[in-house]
Design a binder for this molecule. Structure first.
Ligand SMILES: *Cc1c(COP(=O)(O)O)cnc(C)c1O
Length: 478
């Protein structure tokens, strides 16, 4: 910083270009002819905003941006505007269900089903009679077969399912929940707020670490509409703890004639599906305890699209289906197609080879060690000490680490893995990670002890080569 120079200079904001000036700079360029005028104007405004921000942060030392750079800046900005914001990225974080990266990557057959359903499809029509049908019929049959429940349906996500369940069973009444289960799942999704917005009154029972069945029993009054058990997916209380079992709660519900809802969230169907997540409660166990309904997500451990499944007793599921809010939370046909295919793969016993989430969670440390070694080798080869194409010095090394299930599933379980740690001479890990996020294809990694880390557990076939290419482009183009 040179304060003297600062005070002498005219206000740097005066050097900000105007929209029309920027457009003029691009007027005769080949690329600009193909870009719609309104996109160009929006791009110009973004360029001006970013220059203004740079000035404000004191990043522009020499009196602004030279005029001959305007055209290139505008072109870059226009390209960014025309990019597809949900382009594919590479998840090298080792977090299998990364909420920021779209949670579950879908099975190939689920993707095919989406493409198929994108045209006209028999969404709500009985083929035999030609009469209007129900969109959840196929999923309903699959849920019944897969889980042995009386009935099942699906809505937008587990959050919607919870809201619907509260509203269906306890509108204007009370919902009893353990103090240890009043969780925040993420964002503003907090159980007490959901119950209130569902039109019910929350009655907290027990304490943060201990709640017994007697606590529920003594809280039951004529106003009680629902007993609810919530899986505290994303956190664990250790030490001196006690909670009422779901079985005890359903017995109490039956005795008092009050519906019981289990908000399970994570949606692991059975223990054997992912042996490493032995502590995670399963849909099978929940259903076995016979609550009125069990709720679980589609895009967590089930490995499907965003959805909220509602399964259980026929009368309860039908009541939810009849709630006028159900229509506002119903699934789009594309998601429904993917949900149906995902359930089919589970039913066919193919999950472990076809559903990426299940495959990845089950990858063994030995396989991952081999994949990490292969990636490290590719990197070393490509960036062999200051070669001619890329003038950088990069080091890649394998090490033992842990991956996570993610999205609040099994938060305390670490899955043994082997990663590749990369460092580049004269470039910080944060800088390299940022460049990789902005490269094409974008790569999301994690940083550990000053190095950028790639976990092969969450990589798809072919991602290795893409990582090598992205590193090369990230280092050359910056
Ligand atoms: C994740 C979770 C939710 C929210 O599920 P979405 O499908 O993301 O809406 C609700 N309840 C529990 C217990 C969860 O784990």
């Amino acid at each position: 910083m040179n304060p003297e120079k600062d005070t002498k200079a005219a206000s740097p904001f005066r050097s900000l270009p105007k929209v029309d000036e920027l457009l003029q700079a691009a007027e005769r360029s080949e690329w600009a002819i193909r870009v719609p005028r309104n996109v160009l104007r929006a791009a110009a405004r973004n360029v001006i905003d970013s220059i203004r921000e740079s000035i404000r942060l004191g990043k522009l030392q020499n009196g602004g941006i030279a005029k001959d750079a305007w055209g290139t800046m505008l072109q870059k900005s226009a390209e960014a505007l025309r990019e597809h914001s949900l382009e594919r990225v590479i998840n090298a974080t080792g977090v299998v269900l990364h909420t920021g990266l779209g949670r579950a990557p879908l099975a190939a057959r689920a993707v095919d089903a989406i493409v198929e359903a994108s045209q006209s499809c028999a969404l709500e029509i009985e083929r035999d009679s030609g009469e209007r049908g129900h969109r959840d019929q196929a999923v309903r049959r699959l849920l019944i077969e897969l889980l042995g429940v009386e009935d099942g349906t699906v809505v937008n996500n587990n959050a919607a399912a919870t809201l619907l369940a509260v509203n269906t069973f306890a509108l204007g009444k009370e919902v009893i929940v353990s103090r240890g289960e009043l969780v925040e799942i993420g964002g503003s999704y907090r159980m007490p707020a959901v119950i209130e917005r569902g039109g019910a009154k929350l009655i907290e029972v027990g304490t943060t670490n201990r709640t017994r069945i007697g606590d529920y029993k003594s809280a039951i009054t004529a106003r009680t509409g629902l007993l609810m058990k919530v899986h505290t997916s994303n956190y664990r209380i250790g030490g001196f703890t006690e909670e009422a079992e779901l079985g005890e709660l359903t017995a109490l519900g039956k005795e008092a004639n009050i519906p019981v809802v289990h908000d399970l969230g994570s949606g692991l169907l059975t223990k054997s599906l992912v042996p490493a997540l032995a502590g995670e409660p399963t849909v099978e166990e929940s259903v076995h305890c016979n609550p009125d309904v069990t709720l679980f997500s589609g895009d967590k451990l089930l490995g499907g699209p965003q959805a909220g499944f509602v399964v259980g007793r026929a009368k309860a599921v039908e009541a939810i289906r009849k709630n006028p809010m159900f229509r506002a939370m119903r699934l789009d046909k594309l998601i429904l197609a993917a949900a149906e295919q995902t359930l089919k793969l589970h039913l066919e016993g193919e999950a472990n080879t076809t559903i990426p989430v299940i495959e990845r969670l089950n990858l063994q440390s030995g396989v991952l060690a081999e994949r990490a070694r292969s990636l490290a080798e590719k990197l070393q080869k490509r960036f062999a000490a200051k070669n001619e194409t890329v003038n950088i010095k990069l080091e890649a090394e394998c090490f033992e680490s842990v991956s996570e299930a993610g999205s609040g599933s099994a938060p305390t379980v670490g899955l043994a893995t082997h990663c590749v740690a990369v460092s580049v001479e004269n470039l910080s890990a944060a800088d390299l990670a940022r460049r990789l996020r902005l490269s094409k294809p974008a790569v999301f990694s994690r940083i550990y002890e000053g190095r950028v880390v790639f976990d092969p557990r969450t990589l798809a076939p072919g991602d290795d080569d893409a990582i090598v290419a992205s590193i090369a482009s990230a280092l050359v183009n910056n």
